[in-house]
Design a protein around this ligand. Structure first.
Ligand code: C2O
Ligand code: CU
Length: 599
């Protein structure tokens, strides 16, 4: 059973536990003895079942059961044992209040962890105990059947709760995000790229002006967008390996400001376009020049990083394609950024004609916040690259779907057959080659497992390496402060931006991240400035810059800290980032003179 199914089963059993214990209490209080006995017996059974489920879940990692083991189960287990004991030895009437206590324990153990997520702390445990205590005293008052001294519990229970609020919500307070003790010797602004191309390369200059404009989608629909140069996607930035890219950004009328972030491109830190960290956002009338070497071949994209959840959604993005210097057979090379405008999924070109026998490369880019399902009907193909990185010996794929994480890219290659070929996004026709609407039903196709695709090849480090730094990121939802305001946030280790402590590394360190998704939403995790190697891939080595951590999943990835700076490390569902799921990877000695501005 998958971890997520276990989480779901646990929630269901926990809910049944509440129903059974409260049901037993209510039937006991209303004098229905037989029903109370039956319900108590089932409550005991359900509680034992919950214990079994939690034990199974514990096998998947402590993160998934921490609150249940330290509080939820002991609480309902203890209260339930007392209630059942009293019922058996002293009869139904005497058991009413203990049964209510068990019911409230079950309720608190189910609901509160959903509210504050991982990790649960002592203060939250105190609040839970307090709530159970207060509710139990109230039940005693209403039924007046409890032990005479129960009323005396009220004051200490309330005091416990108040203390718990103080203690438990301390993590909600602002804490310094800069945990680096080393003195700052390098300013981020000084970490710039070279100003000349590599030998044999040339300088490629682009000018991007951010502005509002009406754009026409492939369907003919016109929509108000935020654009670079009045088009969305913005102009394609194309270069050959070794070129120097020089991109001048101006802002015409985007009041909240804009930047350019080169998604997946390991640029020098000052060129990274992270507002408040590597540069100030470019406001209307402003200008910023980005300069970096096109030294990574492959499929990338760029987008604004200022108020990015709104800016990217409205259209402030474009593609960045770098081709190898060595001439390769040209063929058809299509760049296909998937973007949803006002609920309409667009892919640029709806139709193309390609002579049969020609090599075709489709560069599919997900610029949305959620994953897309990609299928190709009419031909076998190979996934030749993921996130711009070539895969090792990719085998032919047919009748399989690809899941493309938000922000991620795949290059699909094949030779154009004699028949039409259709690319479907979320099982709807999006691009047809050599033929109108090829009707293919791909909805039943299973997903290609990229972790076992291709064949192994040597990597500079692997699962067995000794890591200089080891960080765990537990992704969840819960109450947390995000930029000074309390909210039901998307949290990392229980905290929201900018209160999540920076991960501090030293140049040269081998770093491992363990990313755990304890929630029920997918989190496409994205680290700036570095590609990470997925540890435990059984097929081709998998170097990614964005990977989907689905509910219940645990990902282990590693990278060499070889690009000094202050880097954003965040969920690329940009709405989640907006709601707290952002932290920094900081190199020792590197600091920013800028304030931490809005993401
Ligand atoms: Cu494409 Cu920080 O993002
Ligand atoms: Cu997320």
């Amino acid at each position: 059973m998958s971890t997520f199914s276990l989480i779901a089963v646990d929630l269901l059993v926990a809910f049944l536990c509440v129903v059974a214990w409260l049901g037993a209490a209510i039937t006991a209080a209303t004098g229905r003895g037989v029903a109370a006995r039956i319900l108590t017996a089932s409550a005991v059974a359900v509680t034992l079942l919950r214990l079994a489920v939690v034990l199974a879940l514990a096998g998947r990692g402590w993160w998934f059961v921490q609150d249940k083991v330290t509080l939820g189960l002991p609480l309902v287990g203890l209260a339930g044992a007392v209630a059942a004991g009293v019922l058996v030895t002293k009869g139904v009437a005497k058991a009413v209040v203990p049964l209510f206590a068990a019911g409230f324990s079950a309720t608190v153990g189910l609901i509160l962890p959903l509210l504050w997520g991982y990790p649960q702390n002592a203060g939250q445990a105190m609040i839970s105990l307090s709530l159970v205590g207060v509710a139990t005293v109230a039940a005693w008052r209403f039924t007046s059947s409890g032990p005479v001294r129960a009323g005396r519990l009220l004051a200490p229970a309330i005091a416990l709760g108040v203390a718990g609020v103080g203690l438990g919500f301390l993590p909600l307070q602002q804490v310094s995000a800069d945990s680096s003790a080393a003195p700052i010797t390098t300013d981020v602004a000084s970490l710039r790229g070279p100003s000349v191309p590599a030998p044999g390369g040339s300088v490629r200059r682009f000018e991007l002006a951010a502005q509002k404009a009406t754009v026409t989608l492939a369907s003919g629909t016109r929509t108000e967008a935020w654009t670079y140069n009045k088009t969305s996607p913005g102009p394609e930035i194309a270069a050959v390996e070794g070129d120097l890219l020089e991109v001048t950004l101006t802002n015409v009328d985007i009041e909240s400001g804009v930047t350019l972030h080169w998604h997946g491109y390991d640029v020098p830190n000052a060129e990274d376009g992270a507002p408040g960290v590597t540069q100030e956002a470019v406001l209307p009338g402003g200008r910023h020049v980005y300069r970096f070497l096109a030294n990574q071949v492959g499929t990338y994209w760029y987008h604004t990083h200022q108020v990015s959840s709104e800016g990217v959604r409205k259209g402030l993005f474009g593609t960045l394609i770098v081709k190898p210097r060595a001439a390769v057979a040209e063929g058809a090379d299509l760049v296909l950024p998937i973007h949803t405008f006002d609920g309409e999924v667009t892919l640029g070109t709806p139709e193309r004609t390609v002579p049969s026998g020609e090599p075709v490369r489709l560069r599919v880019i997900n610029t949305d916040n959620t994953p897309h399902r990609i299928t190709l009907a009419g031909t076998d193909f190979r996934v030749t690259a993921a996130d711009g990185n070539d895969l090792h010996e990719p085998g032919p794929v047919s009748g399989k779907a690809l899941r493309l994480a938000a922000g991620a890219r795949y290059d699909l290659s094949f030779t154009m057959p004699g028949n039409p070929v259709a690319l479907l996004v979320d099982d709807g026709l999006s691009l047809s080659l050599n033929g109108a609407a090829v009707v293919a039903d791909t909805s039943g196709w299973s997903e290609l497992d990229l972790l076992s695709y291709g064949t192994p090849a040597p990597t500079p480090f692997g699962p067995g390496s000794r890591f200089d730094r080891d960080f765990t990121l537990v992704l969840d939802r819960g109450l947390a402060m995000v930029e000074g305001a309390p909210m039901f946030a998307h949290t990392v280790n229980g905290l929201g931006y900018p209160n999540i402590p920076s991960q501090v590394v030293r140049e040269g360190d081998l770093v491992r991240f363990t990313v755990v998704n304890r929630g029920i939403e997918t989190h496409p995790w994205h680290l700036h400035g570095h590609r990470v190697l997925v540890l435990g891939a059984r097929g081709s080595p998998l170097w990614l810059d964005t990977f989907d951590v689905r509910p219940g999943e645990v990902w282990r990835v590693a990278f060499r800290a070889s690009n000094p700076g202050m880097w954003m490390n965040h969920c690329h569902n940009l709405d989640h980032a907006e709601q707290g799921m952002v932290l920094h990877l900081a190199y020792e000695g590197v600091g920013s003179t800028m304030s931490h501005a809005a993401h």
